[in-house]
Design a protein around this ligand. Sequence first.
Ligand code: AMP
Length: 217
Amino acid sequence: MLKLIILGPPGAGKGTQAIKLAKTYRIPHISTGDILRDNINRGTNLGEQASGFIKRGELVPDNLITKIILEKLDGEECNLGYILDGFPRTIWQAKKLDDYFRRIKQNSAFVINIKVDDNILVDRITGRRTCQKCGATYHIINLPPKFENKCNICRGNLVQRPDDKINVIVNRLEVFKLQIKKLEEFYSISPNYQIFDGSEEPNNLTKKIAKYLCCSE
Ligand code: AMP
């Protein structure tokens, strides 16, 4: 069973790596951002509660997101493992996740921390375009779609996420920096913690992460 937590700032490529690794290991990719956006699009109660926080680039309340994730991890689809992308994001969430592992008598997860310089992040996020239909992501310069503003996979429309606009990004990066120090302190004492350079070409980075996982398991 492979349980993997991917830490990193917005734009570090957590989602890209999680998708590739989930395919390789045939385990679900659980993205808290995707779950919340899906709930907003469907107009659910959770979506309504989360939407204001996301628009402002703030974190949604710890207990709200933690309950959803822990329930998901109990599901059958997570029996063989999973990749957590965007969770935990605070020390409170990390401790609750650790309590959960202890409660169900499981080992802790592998934790990889993807680091990238701020100027690269801002470039990546402002250029990011996301398919409204399937969630696939592109970049206007680094990874343009074949047809303008259309998803290569499902031909859905590509849009800029409202929280990928520059005024919100600045706040998202600040929120990230406030939390990451404590998370690093918490996880860095674990033997299953490793830092990776997120400025690497994505396929090379996936290979390095996969190598690390297979050598450490
Ligand atoms: P992401 O797509 O991972 O960048 O997440 C988008 C937004 O969803 C974040 O800016 C937060 O507002 C919210 N969010 C995602 N994951 C979490 C989490 N673990 N805790 C609190 N808020 C979250």
